[in-house]
Design a protein around this ligand. Structure first.
Ligand code: TXA
Ligand code: MG
Length: 342
């Protein structure tokens, strides 16, 4: 299959691009498109055979539910039930935006393979002109996971999608680099209080400013089976082993010297202040303590490591404030929990 990449930007008449995408989707195909978080791979959420193609293209385990993307807030009532007042407040405050809300599903509407094994459905309205343009032109909900091969970092550029899914999907809408850079926050509205199943682009602080305290499973890991099924799989993994290291220039210097003495080539992912260190490859994630910058650059940096001959990757940790919680959650997964100890 040929994979087309169509540029969609503010300076063009995008009617033709959306029409092409809509034609593919309505005839049961899949299309990759940008959102404000990461690129998604969409299929019409009520079309079981189309949704099946998402799992095939990604190599995704079939027990992992997909997020349903909508182009208008009101559409949530077509697919979900028991929508609380708090949920309505969150939708008013943060939709469109990087917040996925998990509700009880109305049975028989969304295709069963979108929500395998669960009685709930995760829904969000993305905050990206191309995602919204496509959803509104289509007039149907899109089931869409991140548009990477399963296990790889989520794509933040059309080129990442192309590298992962070339020959497997017919069309990528290229809307440039995504802004937030980590996926949406998944908030389960079926518990009291609601529970953050996956930290993401919408911070816990922002959510709590609207509805008060929420549970955060990431603060009590290992206590129960993962309720966001996707969280149990290997994720975001670059090819070389990745270790998290604390933000201490001396320690990082020592680590580099030790590893080099062992004959290893080292890639360092860290704040721009550390560029002076003599790693074999260095990928900046912006100024230190700027967690937004780090979120937007992290997946690109992880992917760049795969273009090097690094034997080991050291990634400098950040604090857990704001989107730092999501950044460290993804880094911990990419590292499979490993920390570099000198
Ligand atoms: O920002 C995002 O959320 C991106 C863009 C494309 O919208 N999408 C994304 O989808 O990250 P995906 O499939 O890569 O991750 C969805 C996560 C998985 O961890 C999945 O288990 C969880 O959301 N999830 C989806 N529906 C759920 C449900 N009904 N109950 C619990 N977890 C759910
Ligand atoms: Mg994903």
């Amino acid at each position: 299959m040929e994979t087309k990449v169509n540029l969609v930007d503010n300076f063009m008449d995008n009617e033709k691009n959306y029409k092409q995408a809509v034609d593919i989707l309505t005839s049961g195909g899949v299309v990759a498109f940008p959102t404000e978080t990461v690129y998604g791979l969409g299929a019409i959420a009520t079309d079981e055979l189309a949704v099946q193609k998402i799992f095939e293209a990604k190599g995704r385990p079939s027990d992992n539910p997909l997020i349903v993307h909508i182009g208008k807030k009101e559409e949530v009532f077509n697919f979900a039930t028991d929508i609380s007042l708090d949920a309505e407040k969150l939708m008013d405050a943060f939709w469109p935006g990087p917040l996925t809300l998990v509700f009880h599903k109305i049975s028989g509407v969304i295709a069963p393979n979108v929500t395998p094994g669960v009685e709930t459905v995760g829904i969000r309205m993305p905050d990206h002109p191309v995602a919204l343009g496509l959803l509104q032109a289509l007039g149907e909900p899109l089931a869409a996971p991140s548009a990477n091969r399963s296990g790889k970092p989520s794509p933040t550029e059309a080129d990442h999608v192309y590298k992962d899914l070339k020959g497997l999907i017919p069309l990528i809408l290229d809307g440039g680099q995504t802004g937030v850079g980590v996926e949406s926050t998944v908030l389960d509205m079926t518990t009291t209080p609601p529970t953050i199943l996956r930290p993401g682009g919408m911070t816990q602080e922002m959510i709590e400013s609207i509805i008060g305290p929420v549970n955060s499973e990431t603060k009590t890991p290992g206590k129960q089976a993962p309720r966001s099924p996707g969280m149990k799989y290997l994720h975001y993994a670059p090819e070389a082993p990745l270790y998290i290291i604390d933000n201490n220039e001396n320690n990082i210097s020592k680590a580099i010297a030790t590893l080099r003495a062992e004959g290893k080539k080292i890639a360092l992912i860290g704040p721009e202040e550390l560029e002076v260190l003599d790693a074999d490859w260095y990928f900046s994630v912006g100024p230190a303590r700027n967690n937004e910058a780090m979120a937007s650059k992290l997946y690109g940096a992880l992917r760049k490591c795969d273009l090097t001959e690094a034997d080991i990757i050291l990634a400098v940790e950040t604090d857990l404030t704001g989107v730092g919680a999501a950044v460290m959650n993804r880094l911990m997964k990419a590292a499979e929990g490993k920390r570099y100890m000198s």
